[in-house]
Design a protein around this ligand. Structure first.
Ligand SMILES: [Zn+2]
Length: 398
């Protein structure tokens, strides 16, 4: 059993667009209200025992329990009884928004992410329907709660036998989209390590290097589009803030951003498929992406989109039955893949790996990918054998 997400562009009527926008605004207010409730509770507890701040503390009695997803759902149900605006939106859909807030808090506690923020007007971009009626999908149309049938452009075939678990309505600058989570009742066998292994190293000069010597240049979507972006942004700055012309110019900037993001995603998918060709196992480094993007080359790291690439690569591997594993990323560029001798740090300008110990010479990124491959093969319990210079195979132990 597994879930797949399909995304389609909606073709809503004018009334449907108005209704969607109205709902989005109500979702935003519910989110902000619930966040305010939680924030007030935290603030009222952060006051020191022996001192009381004069202006900023809230007085909430000491035995009030912390607002949780369950308690906020309860008060939402109560509020719906006499609020016509809240009543006009699907209740489960609103609960999903509260769950989203809960998730934001959990990732703050568990992954050390920032305190959830209030969403400004227009910053809420999606809401979801967690439950749809019986067989909601028709040819090029979907039946949603309350609003009824909405048409969409069916750009892909949806496999039969799947159950639509959830529909998420997303607002992008280019229009409204629906993301359908489809649950297939097919058993997917767990992929076991098999076949040829391939190590992958990501970097900034060559975005991807594989252990068989493939070097793929970093796409410069952003750099290429930067000139155009600059021009468009200049136009925005010349318009009067908030005027209609300003809004039009602003929209053009947003459209370009969306276009760049789409190009990048498409490229990541194609590259992932290329890397899966002829491989049975794929190993990548387990990078600390948050740390990287805060560093000196942060902008370029974000432009390349390593995080998204790894996610897409993992999905493509799953689809194509290729084993995928992350391995320790420490010092991959400082070790000689052939003799395991530590060569010391290379500067970014040093493009070639030349081992002083055994004389093995190759591109530095390829060498790093080979180290990743060797680590990966060891991680799945294979013994590593070198066939010829730069060619490594893993032999299963038994
Ligand atoms: Zn060496």
């Amino acid at each position: 059993m597994f879930n797949l997400t399909y995304e389609f562009k909606l073709k809503p009527t004018r009334q449907q667009v108005l209704l969607f926008s109205e709902w989005m605004e109500i979702h935003r207010r519910v989110y902000n209200y619930a966040l305010r409730e939680r924030k007030d509770w935290y603030k009222s507890r952060s006051c020191q025992i022996n001192a009381c701040s004069v202006h900023s503390e809230y007085i909430i009695s000491a035995d009030t329990p912390r607002p949780t997803y369950a308690s906020q759902c309860k008060s939402l149900t109560a509020a719906r009884k006499n609020n016509s605006q809240l009543k006009s939106v699907n209740a489960q859909s609103l609960q999903q928004t509260l769950r989203r807030l809960e998730k934001a808090f959990v990732s703050m506690w568990e992954h050390n992410q920032g305190f959830p923020r209030f969403k400004k007007t227009g910053k809420m971009r999606s809401f979801s329907f967690p439950q749809l009626g019986k067989s909601p999908l028709g040819k090029g149309q979907i039946k949603l709660p309350v609003i009824g049938v909405v048409k969409f452009r069916q750009s892909r075939y949806i496999p039969d036998g799947g159950v639509v678990k959830q529909a998420r309505i997303v607002k992008r600058i280019s229009g409204w989209y629906v993301m359908l989570t489809i649950n297939s009742n097919v058993d997917v066998p767990e992929v076991k390590p098999h076949g040829k292994g391939r190590g992958i190293d990501v970097g900034l000069i060559s975005m991807v290097a594989s252990s068989d010597g493939l070097l793929v240049k970093r796409p410069k979507f952003f750099v290429d589009a930067e000139r155009k972006l600059k021009l468009l942004q200049q136009r925005v700055s010349r318009k009067r803030l908030g005027s209609n012309n300003w809004k039009k110019a602003q929209k053009k900037v947003a459209l370009l951003h969306e276009y760049i993001a789409n190009c990048r995603k498409d490229w990541h998918r194609k590259l992932s498929h290329q890397l899966c060709d002829g491989a049975g196992m794929i190993f990548v480094e387990d990078l600390n992406l948050t740390g990287l993007s805060r560093g000196m080359l942060g902008k370029h790291c974000l432009d390349a989109g390593f995080g998204q690439f790894f996610k897409i690569l993992e999905q493509v591997c799953l689809k194509r039955g290729v084993y995928f594993q992350k391995v320790d990323s420490r010092k991959t560029s400082q070790i000689c893949p052939q003799c395991q001798h530590q060569t010391g740090k290379k500067t970014l300008a040093e493009r070639v790996h030349k081992c002083a110990h055994c004389g093995y010479t190759t591109d530095r990124d390829v060498a790093a990918a080979q180290v990743v491959l060797i680590r990966g093969l060891a991680a799945v319990g294979h013994t590593v054998k070198m066939l010829s210079e730069g060619k490594f195979v893993g032999i299963p132990v038994n």
